[in-house]
Design a protein around this ligand. Sequence first.
Ligand code: ACM
Length: 654
Amino acid sequence: MKHTLLALCCSAFCLTAFSQTSVKPTIIPASVISVLNTPPEIAIIPEPVSLTKGEGHFVLPENVAIHATVAADLKQAISFLQERLSQPTGSYVSTTTGSTATAQIRLILNEKENHLLGTEGYQLSVTPSHITIRANKPAGIFYGAQSLIQLFPKEIESKELVENIEWAIPCVEVTDYPRLGWRGLMFDVARHFFTKEEVKQYINAMVRYKYNILHLHLTDDEGWRIEIKGLPKLTEVGAWSVKKVGTFGDFIPPTADEPRNYGGFYTQDDIRELVKYAKERFVNIMPEIDVPGHSLATIASYPELSCTPGAENYKVRSGEKIMDWSRGAPPTALIDNTLCPANEKVYSFLDTVITQVAALFPFEYIHMGGDEAPFNFWEKNDAVKALMQREGLKDMHQVQGYFEKRVQKIVEAKGKKFIGWDEIMAGGLPTSAAVMNWRDVKYGKEAALQKREVVMSPAAYAYIDYMQADAITEPRVYASLRLSKAYEFDPIPAGVDPKYIKGGQANLWTEQVFTIRQAEYMTWPRGMAIAESVWSPVEKKNWPNFFARVEQHFKRLDVAETKYAPSVYDPIFKVSRTADRQLSIELSTEVPGLDIYYSFDNSFPDRFYPKYREKLTPPKDATMLKVITYRGKNPVGRMMNMPIEEMNKRAGKK
Ligand code: ACM
């Protein structure tokens, strides 16, 4: 979502249009609501393929023995369980090589493969006396351990000792395996830099939900984040901008005397450490080097890679406006942030970068971006014109296609597979290039129909940088994606052969995300919805049931001190005009069974205030509508202050 930035210049009308179309209000029968009001005892996310509840409970003793059939292969799962089970409980968790019968937790790699489980599936059995996790491969044991942890009381998430709790879990029989093999989260560490420790924190949160790919967006106009030997300016110059806060995209252009000390980068040792850390948690890191657009940090470092005179004066972007989106895609660049496709130095530069990236990241794919390249500087460039003539290229899409083909060759020469954003298809790239869909789902379908490998991350369902509720409470981004809409994500679009769909992912762009706490807020709970969409059987998806589990996970994340957004409890405002042009306000909630209380007198409503029952027309002199949601006697939503003027704007002319 890079064109958020256009967006920020966009009107309140635009914000409203998005925020009001993303949720289909659902009528929930009273019987379901009463079920929802009783928290589920078992709340695993993503929902397992099959789970049967048995009689009784297993209670964790003070001394716990873990027995693993092949301990060396299962060391990650063992140390994960040792840490997670001992820290909050104070139990002594050891491993035993003795007889299985004495161990309370048994981790068993199947000697004879169970085909149903594949490489990531598992079976989890909890009886009053012991716990068994079976799988074909270590990854399956690890995912079984994740589900096991979710069966314990929420206090198991504590990093400190919790006393006076019985660590009891219900007896269950679970068989579980993923719907798709690519379950990704993209973390944009270019717009804002996140430290190595923060990336680890993000990985720890994602593995709870059985994500297995962390896509790191390592380069953009705002920063180059990876050390490349022999190209020192990428990190001496390209990793640093001027610190700004507020609404990104409209920042005042920095002056020459403002310090360029905001940012950072990962050394090659840092990258190796992160790759290892992720791998130990069954996560592959996929690097993205975003070219030919989004390359201002590169050009600020090595201006000769641009074909525009004057690029020597370019600076890494600090959130000022550099792109005009008013005429749609492709955008018009106000300064040239593209690499020059007609310059051989660009390809030798990319060869150096890709050689080192390929050596650092064992994952089989390298993502080479390819999105939102503006053409206006290429169009007026003599070298590009000569290239077009020489190669018989008819338009700028073909020019980009020429560039992508050459980059694909470089990537493949390093023994890696090439993947890029869905724009890369426009220039006739060989079908060996995989596509990551981000625009309309139709581009993902088109890629699959061309028999390409496809990863689905369509913005309408999977862009977790979008606002989660109304723009009056959320940091401004040009579009909204509520939790219920993210939960509708189906990574396998109708009408395509599923064998081309490698999987799906959620993307966290960070123009408006300045801290790791905000990254967590944006990721959870929508990351749970996407995780369930890529892991669980589609026929098991059920919004009220999912949300009841999400609420249990909110409590777990509270204990874990991981931030999440409570925006799902915020009411949805829909405004219109009556026949006599009065403002009419309709309120609804995404969550079943909530009451909305309101005031027009500027005081803070509680449940003794008027309850919303039908459309409202504000009293003549009112300036503010304040609303809050309750479940029974308990407030669950945030106090929302909606100016009448804002609603009048959204409703259009009186
Ligand atoms: C993108 O959001 N431009 C991939």
